[in-house]
Design a binder for this molecule. Sequence first.
Ligand code: FES
Length: 124
Amino acid sequence: MASTKTPKQQRHVVATADEIGPGQRKIVTIGRREIGIFNIDGAYFALRNVCPHKGAPLCKGLQRPLITSSGVSQVAYQRENEIIKCPWHLWEFDIKTGRALHDAAVGVSSYMVQVEGSDVILYT
Ligand code: FES
């Protein structure tokens, strides 16, 4: 789940803002963790690159919109690029919160990201 910075968090310069444009992502290694940094309409989010189901590299999955249906042939596409689909068994997660779409009790670790000047900063 997205969080706010605490005094114990470590600060990592992971990219320049130009490096991760809107709709793009970058996977970085911090110690022994891989973390995906996502730019969604100019706001940055970060998720651990490990699916909580069976450990797939979640952040390498397909980014897509939230698709809802209110009935037969009634499909709506919302929140472009805010959902990531695990490449192994297709569980879907909200990139902004790390929560699974099928069960909000299931989630992947998320981290705070800020832009400072032209740098993208990840806090772990
Ligand atoms: S490992 Fe991600 S859905 Fe199974």
